[in-house]
Design a protein around this ligand. Structure first.
Ligand code: 13P
Length: 252
């Protein structure tokens, strides 16, 4: 059975003290009431070391939201996968649509980041998803196929076992619009099919594929009930303890 995961992507929110407080309250809850899913907090870089300390010997996992494409050196302002790993984090989000669009990260650089993160022992949450115009013109399958193939398909089968794919339709991110459970299922199944063709059925069946985009306590259970939806990548609702916990608890 493949792993179910709910990851909170805090994006660029919360100063240090607020972030530590949120992490502590979520951590306390799941120490008492362990979840069926793996729960990952993807915090800003500055929170990582402090949150790692809080999460020690607990049930939650920790991740970053981006990493450098180079291992070390004169890259002012960048944070390498090795640095992330050294904080105690185990995951990194790569290819979020905000990185692709605002920072012009293309498949080539995202692929380099993914490889470097994996070679440093991090698990990668690799995001894909189409913009509204692409969906409206029926190009979403083609767009997602291109992102998956060019972002990931030169990885080895062994590396793929440490990759999680997050399907996040850009038109659903932060907009209050959500893909219907059927729309999510259709494209998740399509993504799993691509992995099956490339890496074989077993690897594809074990691949965790998350849905992201305006996930809330009110819609999470229905989306998570789809057979190829293995959890969620949560933005805004991950900043509210009760909402985030309710979404994690929607995993069956
Ligand atoms: P929202 O849940 O705020 O729509 O954000 C989704 C997302 O981008 C998670 O990475």
């Amino acid at each position: 059975m493949r792993k179910k995961i709910v990851a909170g992507n805090w994006k660029m929110n919360m100063e240090l003290a607020e972030g530590l407080k949120l992490a502590e309250s979520v951590d306390t809850y799941f120490r008492l009431k362990p979840s069926r899913a793996e729960v990952v907090l993807c915090t800003p870089f500055i929170h990582l070391a402090g949150v790692a300390e809080l999460l020690k010997d607990g049930k939650l996992c920790l991740g970053a939201q981006n990493c450098a494409s180079e291992p070390s050196g004169a890259y002012t302002g960048e944070i390498s996968p090795a640095m992330i790993k050294s904080t105690g984090a185990g995951y990194v989000i790569i290819g979020h649509s905000e990185r692709r669009s605002y920072y012009h990260e293309d498949n080539d650089i995202l692929n380099r980041k993914a490889k470097l993160a994996l070679s440093n022992g991090l698990k990668v949450i690799f995001c894909v998803g189409e913009v509204l115009g692409e969906r409206e013109s029926g190009k979403h399958f083609e767009v997602v196929k291109n992102q998956v193939e060019n972002g990931l398909f030169n990885l080895t089968a062994e590396e793929i076992t440490n990759v999680v794919v997050a399907y996040e339709p850009v038109w659903a991110i932060g907009t209050g619009l959500t893909a219907t459970p059927e729309q999510a299922q259709e494209i998740h199944q399509f993504i799993r099919g691509l992995f099956s063709e490339k890496y074989g059925k077993e690897i594809a069946e074990n691949l965790t594929i998350l849905y992201g985009g305006s996930c809330k306590p009110s819609n999470a259970a229905e989306i998570f009930s789809m057979p190829d939806v293995d959890g969620g990548l949560i933005g805004g609702a991950a900043l509210k303890k009760d909402d985030f916990i309710a979404i994690v608890e929607a995993i069956r």
